[in-house]
Design a protein around this ligand. Structure first.
Ligand code: ASP
Ligand code: MG
Length: 389
């Protein structure tokens, strides 16, 4: 197997949501194999499976243990891997499926938000050497103490990139039902447009800001390994294949300005009690709360990966409320004039932010729980003012 011929393709949950789609994915994989590539396919859970499993757990227990939750959630991807492998074998192409731990995805031991620390893909290499397509269950790994862990919602992207890096793949494709990264969520902002290419830094700012196209950790891995990430359609839409988006090291732009807006409604704003920030953060570490950002007087926690957010006992005197975050990203776009322009926009909408921030590549506004319902409106206005021109 020559390492340059390895292609890693990751298929998102909507692209494998039912048997027909799964079979179409199998056909595409078979084509890639027929073109002479060694193919590794990373899969997500089918459709809404992960949410359904979470709901099932909540019906059984008001406070499901995090270890057992990971045992449960990791099943979603395993269903897809086995079915896809069967479908590919039926096309006469030898394929074999592997769980995250069988693929050598080693993580730390933080359940529901584990980070990959090492990849030892011996079994995958062997399968490729034997001429087989390797199908890998995304979103999961194994800790040093041999516990099954999951990588946080959306984490199968990270599985794909980490494997691509470990296998020396030149191409890592993240395939889904959207034609790449858009300048805003097209369901929220009508005039959002597809972006041809983003730098790693821009993509990181956008995905950390809550744009759900790709998992931020996946971009961090790609940046570290210098892998070009291509994201695009898993199958042709009404307008054909589309062109998708490349995420790579440097994207020259004529004049630096914001390229995209992200809105995140799934955050919890946590403020310390009398014990101060240090106590709050120690508590976060103890209960494995997913801390996304820490600012001077509060921390932002990721509600999507904080499965016990509503049942956990908070430190004495600490307060918390859901919040919404708006992020405007683009190399060199975090300037004072842009910030002031954005402030004017918010003022015109009558939205009072809790906090705003500016750095070289990013502007952001944090909205309190009372304004969270207006994220879409604010994203549309910021997009029109700062990105669209
Ligand atoms: N199935 C998991 C989720 O829904 C992981 C993934 O799709 O990447 O978040
Ligand atoms: Mg995803």
């Amino acid at each position: 197997m020559s390492s340059s011929s390895v292609v890693v393709q990751k298929y998102g949950g909507s692209s494998v949501a039912d048997v027909d789609r799964l079979k179409r994915v199998a056909a595409r994989v078979a084509c890639t194999r027929a073109a002479g590539h060694a193919v590794v396919v990373v899969v997500s859970a089918m459709g809404n499976t992960t949410n359904e499993l979470l709901n099932l757990a909540r019906r059984v227990s008001s406070e499901p243990g995090r270890r057992e939750l990971d045992m449960l959630l990791s099943v979603g991807e395993r269903i897809t891997m086995a079915l896809l492998s069967m479908a590919i074998n039926d096309l006469g192409v030898p394929a074999v499926s592997f769980t995250g731990s069988q693929s050598g995805i080693l993580t730390d031991d933080r359940h529901a938000g584990a980070r990959i620390v090492e990849v030892r893909p011996e079994r995958i290499r062997k399968a490729l050497d034997d001429g087989r397509v390797a199908i890998v269950a995304g979103f999961q790994g194994m800790s040093r103490s041999r516990e099954i862990t999951t990588l946080g919602r959306g984490g199968s992207d990270t599985t794909a990139v980490a494997l691509a890096a470990a296998l020396g793949a030149e191409v890592c494709e993240i395939l889904t039902d959207v034609d790449g990264v858009f300048s805003a969520d097209p369901r929220q902002v009508a005039d959002a447009h597809r972006i041809d290419a983003l730098s790693y830094g821009e993509a990181l700012a956008l995905f950390r800001g809550g744009a759900r196209v790709l998992h931020p950790e996946a971009v961090a891995w790609a940046a570290k390994a210098g892998i070009v990430l291509h994201t695009g359609l898993a199958e042709p839409g009404p307008d054909g294949w589309g062109r998708g988006t490349d995420i790579r090291s440097l994207v020259p732009r004529e004049d630096p300005h914001p390229v995209a807006v992200a809105a995140d409604a799934d955050l919890e704003i946590a403020r310390p009690g009398p014990g101060g920030m240090a106590e709050l953060l120690r508590w976060c570490a103890e209960v494995e709360a997913p801390v996304r950002f820490v600012y001077g007087s509060f921390a932002l926690l990721d509600r999507r990966d904080f499965h016990h957010v509503d049942t956990v006992t908070w430190p004495k005197g600490a307060t918390h409320e859901p919040g919404g975050l708006l992020t405007v990203a683009g190399t060199g776009g975090g300037t004072l004039p842009n910030l002031l322009f954005g402030e004017t926009v918010m003022k015109q909408l009558g939205i009072e932010a809790v906090y705003c921030e500016m750095d070289g590549d990013r502007l952001c506004w944090l909205l309190p729980s009372s304004e969270r319902g207006r994220l879409g409106e604010a994203a549309t206005a910021l997009h029109r003012a700062l990105v669209a021109p």
